[in-house]
Design a protein around this ligand. Structure first.
Ligand code: URP
Ligand code: ZN
Ligand code: ZN
Length: 467
């Protein structure tokens, strides 16, 4: 069994930071603190660096067939980029394939990931209806370690679920100790507004945002929260983009409902102004819910600091320029999603920690520890004996240029091209193996393993699983 000592860094956990070493045997952490000489160990010098638990990205879309095309990153390229960004585990969205069951969806997504990924992965299951077969199979999913179910309240005609489906899935999830997630936008209103814009010849990328105004997200957030509250089911609202929607979550929490949300790094760092860029550049920023007016960013940071939005993910869903170009003359044809999986840590560091909005421990909490706890990843999210040796050595004094030259994402542009991050990931280990070091991927596809997640009722870290 291999032994590694990461020596001389500052170990950052969700609770604080301290100078110390990390001793790894095989796939696990065995000691943290002052580790003396260890015979035969591989030594990694982390002097001047932070040692963080591997980030978890609970919101990715790898090999995702969507809007008539397929997302550009598969489990190989997507998890290379993840590792380069300090991510050691992703929870990706499998999609229901059969109107009367979920088994085939899980099989398809497991087949896509097996033998391909560089970091560990789990799945949520996206549910498009609440047929008897689906409700039945939710039990089998939980047994298989898929303990969260997502419904899209938008994408009418493709993925959108009705409110009665949402309520029925919530009831079943509640009884299984599983978590319901929602993409909260009112899909009927989006369809109405998109139709009007197209009829009026308003086809530029910015109209993607103008036809999905903030209240469309806030209304769907409020509706889902009210249904969850009535049902007594926990709810996780994905990719919250604006103050109005975050306030609906805060209001539900004030009423005692078990409702939380996340935002994504793009909503904290980019805006509707990016959609106003000409031609293909604007199309690159089309995602749903859309990028918002900048005035939302500070309230979102505040909600993240206060924990109303308990985590920050990426919603990584990449498309190349050729794919995005389908909508050059009609924003409604641009596939929705941004390439972001590699950039969360560096952006959170510069825009969150260096600006004084978050402490390093809060960064760890929002990007790793709370996500692992919320999604039942018991062996992830912390640097402690017995946990998986998922570790990131982050050098805050090693600048790195953003751009296609340093990106591992499988697209031909980088949304932050021309910018420089002040710090960068030096090394990423997943279960004790160096996956990324000094600009290079060191593993073969297949190092990453499927992680079965634990439902709330049997979670050993807390009786109720509340975060
Ligand atoms: O635009 C986005 N977010 N694409 C991915 C699918 C989703 O809604 O999460
Ligand atoms: Zn979504
Ligand atoms: Zn998504």
């Amino acid at each position: 069994m291999s032994t590694t000592v990461i020596r001389g860094g500052t170990v950052v956990s969700a609770d604080g930071e301290a100078a110390g070493d990390v001793l790894v045997r095989g796939e696990r952490i065995v000691a943290v603190g002052d580790v003396g000489a260890v015979d035969g160990a591989t030594e990694i010098d982390a002097t001047g660096c932070l040692v963080l638990p591997g980030l978890v990205d609970n919101h990715t879309h790898l090999s995702f067939p969507f809007q008539g095309t397929m997302s550009a990153d598969d489990y190989d390229t997507g998890t290379r980029a993840a590792a380069a960004g300090g991510v050691t585990c992703v929870v990706d969205f499998a999609i229901q394939q059969d109107p009367d069951g979920l088994a085939s969806g899980l099989e398809v997504w497991k087949g896509r990931a097996a033998g391909t990924a560089h970091v560990d992965y789990g799945f949520h299951m996206a549910v498009t209806n609440a047929s008897d077969g689906v409700l039945r199979d939710m039990g089998a999913m939980v047994e298989a370690g898929v303990t969260s179910f997502k419904l899209f309240l938008a994408y009418k005609g493709e993925l959108m679920a009705r409110d009665d489906d949402l309520a029925a899935v919530m009831e079943r999830a509640r009884d299984l100790g599983a978590l319901t997630m929602v993409h909260a936008e009112n899909g009927d209103l989006v369809e109405l507004y998109v139709g009007r814009a197209r009829a009026a010849g308003q086809t530029a990328a910015v109209h993607h945002a103008l036809t999905r105004p903030e209240f469309v997200e806030a209304e769907a957030t409020s509706r889902a929260a009210r249904i969850a509250e009535h049902t007594g089911a926990p709810l996780f609202v994905v990719h919250v983009t604006c103050e109005a929607a975050a306030r609906e979550i805060e209001a539900a929490q004030a009423r005692g409902a078990d409702v939380v949300g996340e935002t994504c790094i793009q909503y904290l760092t980019t805006s509707i102004d990016d959609l106003r860029k000409p031609g293909i550049e604007g199309c690159r920023y089309v995602c749903s819910p859309p990028l918002r007016d900048r005035r939302n960013q500070e309230p979102l940071w505040t909600m993240v600091r206060r924990g109303v939005l308990e985590s920050v993910s990426t919603d990584h869903c990449s498309f190349t320029d050729a794919q995005k170009a389908r909508g050059l003359d009609d924003f409604a044809l641009v596939p929705n999603g941004l390439p972001m999986i590699q950039h969360r840590l560096a952006k959170m560091w510069d825009e969150g920690v260096r600006t004084g909005r978050l402490t390093p421990s809060e960064l760890v909490d929002r990007c790793s520890t709370t996500i692992a706890r919320r999604f039942g990843l018991e062996s992830k999210g912390a640097i402690a004996p017995g946990k998986d040796a998922d570790l990131v050595i982050f050098d805050p004094a090693a600048p790195r240029d953003y751009g296609v030259a340093t990106s591992f994402m499988n697209v031909d542009y980088d949304l932050f091209e021309g910018e420089t991050a002040t710090g960068s990931v030096r090394t990423t280990l997943c279960r004790g193996t160096v996956v990324y070091d000094d600009g290079e991927i060191r593993t073969q596809p297949g190092h990453g393993r499927y992680v079965a997640r634990t439902p709330r009722r049997v979670r050993s870290t807390g009786a109720t699983g509340g975060a």
